[in-house]
Write a protein that binds this ligand. Structure first.
Ligand code: ARG
Length: 266
């Protein structure tokens, strides 16, 4: 595996004030101090697994900025910046751009194409899986392929709006193993997943709905949501360890472990 550090955004302004995915309900309040604790438990777990963790300042009026995975996708010093689908999140782009500029990245701006960073882009070995259909436009795969010509980009179309980002329905471990929620891919995309990985495991509805796949991988350890019981059993049979964290407050916004961390690939 390539070297990787993480970028997270503290949940100082996190809340559910609008509804841009089926999980969000502004009538159900987020418990801010619990969200802060849950986020800190993720930071601690990443530190314990010896990951280098960096932070970007949160911005007032950008309650979803805590989902740092969505801000961009990068390998080395090249980054493709997010251009969010909904106006509610569009203001985040300038903060991520500022962070990338400050840290010396070459920044590719996909505008006017919509693109939501690592929410829809997953790097695994020499492959990049690129989701589209709800948030990122289909054309984003071409932008990613042009930016990272030594990678094989596999476009994957999402069709169930509860799984509006690739990182909640697809978890590649390495070229030998991927977990995915088959029903949310069109046939061609599900077949593409099956043909590119030695073992492609279709998980159950219950696992998918527990945000099991929105996880972070550290060598042989998977950090996942506490309620993903069936999934933790499954991955332990595949020889992986799990750390489970309660992510209840972030699930109210339609996100969990992986969405909170942008993986910075060196
Ligand atoms: N409320 C956020 C949105 O709808 C959640 C984003 C979750 N991020 C993710 N990578 N799945 O945009």
């Amino acid at each position: 595996m390539k070297k990787r550090s993480l970028l997270l955004c503290p949940p100082a302004y996190f809340s559910v004030k609008y509804k841009i995915n089926p999980w969000m309900n502004p009538a159900v309040p987020v418990k801010s101090s619990l969200a802060q604790k849950q986020w800190q438990s993720l930071v601690d777990a990443c530190n314990n697994l010896s990951s280098s963790v960096n932070f970007i300042n949160p911005a007032p009026n950008q309650p979803d900025m805590v989902f740092a995975a969505n801000g961009f996708f990068s390998i080395g010093k090249k980054a493709v910046l997010a251009r969010f689908r909904y106006k509610e999140r569009q203001g985040e782009t300038k903060f991520y751009k500022k962070w990338l500029d400050y840290h010396g990245y070459e920044v590719i701006d996909p505008n006017p194409i919509k693109y939501e960073g690592e929410g829809d882009t997953l790097l695994t070995g020499d492959m990049i899986l690129q989701g589209y259909g709800f948030r990122s436009d289909k054309e984003s795969a071409k932008i990613i392929a042009a930016a990272f010509p030594d990678k094989k980009v596999i476009p994957l179309r999402l069709v169930d709006e509860r799984f509006y980002h690739l990182d909640i329905c697809c978890l590649p471990i390495n070229k030998n193993l991927i977990y995915f929620y088959e029903k949310t891919f069109d046939k061609e995309s599900a077949d593409a997943i099956k043909s590119h990985f030695k073992k492609a495991v279709a998980i159950s509805d219950e696992e998918a709905l527990s945000f099991a796949l929105n996880s972070l991988i550290f060598e042989q350890t998977v950090i996942t949501n506490k309620n993903a019981n069936q999934f933790t059993e499954r991955v332990s049979k595949d020889g992986l360890k799990t750390i489970t964290l309660d992510m209840s407050e972030f699930i109210k916004a339609g996100g969990s472990v992986k969405c909170l961390a942008n993986e910075i690939w060196s």
